[in-house]
Design a binder for this molecule. Sequence first.
Ligand SMILES: NC(=O)c1ccc[n+]([C@@H]2O[C@H](COP(=O)([O-])OP(=O)(O)OC[C@H]3O[C@@H](n4cnc5c(N)ncnc54)[C@H](O)[C@@H]3O)[C@@H](O)[C@H]2O)c1
Length: 267
Amino acid sequence: MPETKSLLDMENRVALVTGAGRGVGRRIALDLALHGAAAVVVNDFDAERAGTVADEIRRRGVPAIGVQCDVVDFDGVEAMFAKAREAFGPVGVLVNNAGNQGGSGAAPPSAPFWEQGPAQWVPSLEVNLNGVFNCSRHALAQMVADGSGGRIVTVISDAGRVGEIGGLEAYSAAKAGASGLTRSLARLGGKHQVTANSVALGATRTPATEDILADPEQRKRILSQYMVRRIGDPADASGMVTFLASAAGAWITGQTIPVNGGYSVTM
Ligand SMILES: NC(=O)c1ccc[n+]([C@@H]2O[C@H](COP(=O)([O-])OP(=O)(O)OC[C@H]3O[C@@H](n4cnc5c(N)ncnc54)[C@H](O)[C@@H]3O)[C@@H](O)[C@H]2O)c1
């Protein structure tokens, strides 16, 4: 790798970030733009959010478009990747960030596990696992055909590593599945210089966690589980995603890297 002013260099790749209309994904899209992405495709289920973040990026002098698409919709995702290629050329960085309970923004199921059925189980699998398949499949196709390598980073949760309960059983399973798929992508992509890694987040302050963190009792309970006694910031997540997507991440693949303030540890 040539010596460079910034190790976190996106090497002029076109980036596509899913669920980037707010929260962690928004920050990732902005940081990729700041670190030398040729262009950024800002995906979100919510068109207005995607457009607003694309505007923010363009104001920083980097080409960007907002694309409304539900990552759960295979044909819609195919159309999104075609649109991205038409606008900027092949996608070279994919960040699978869209997650939680999906575009509805619904809360996780409140019923105990032994009272849950497909209605509680399926939505989480759709966005957190099937969505990662839909986007990675189309991204990898473009990266392999283009021949100049690429980066896939999947945002999972420590729930997928430790197994959370209290309505997060399906979410935990889906996130674990997404990191398993990402390891397969690493194996598939390696000979094409495409890396694939997962970043496992702990509790991070975003619109999705606003309500729970606003409750002092809940915040205290959550914080007591973290070695670093603060809630994560989208910038914490984005730092690792940007690193893995950059030139510095070229020889890191098939890994799940926790960014979690010490909520859990890997050995
Ligand atoms: N915030 C946390 O504490 C935390 C912890 C662990 C993991 N994560 C993961 O980080 C990622 C981002 O979470 P966040 O807290 O920023 O969420 P958020 O809800 O604040 O933002 C997510 C964005 O994704 C979009 N989205 C949701 N479903 C979509 C779909 N099907 N297609 C396209 N866009 C979709 C939403 O419209 C929203 O704008 C998720 O994968 C989440 O599981 C978050």
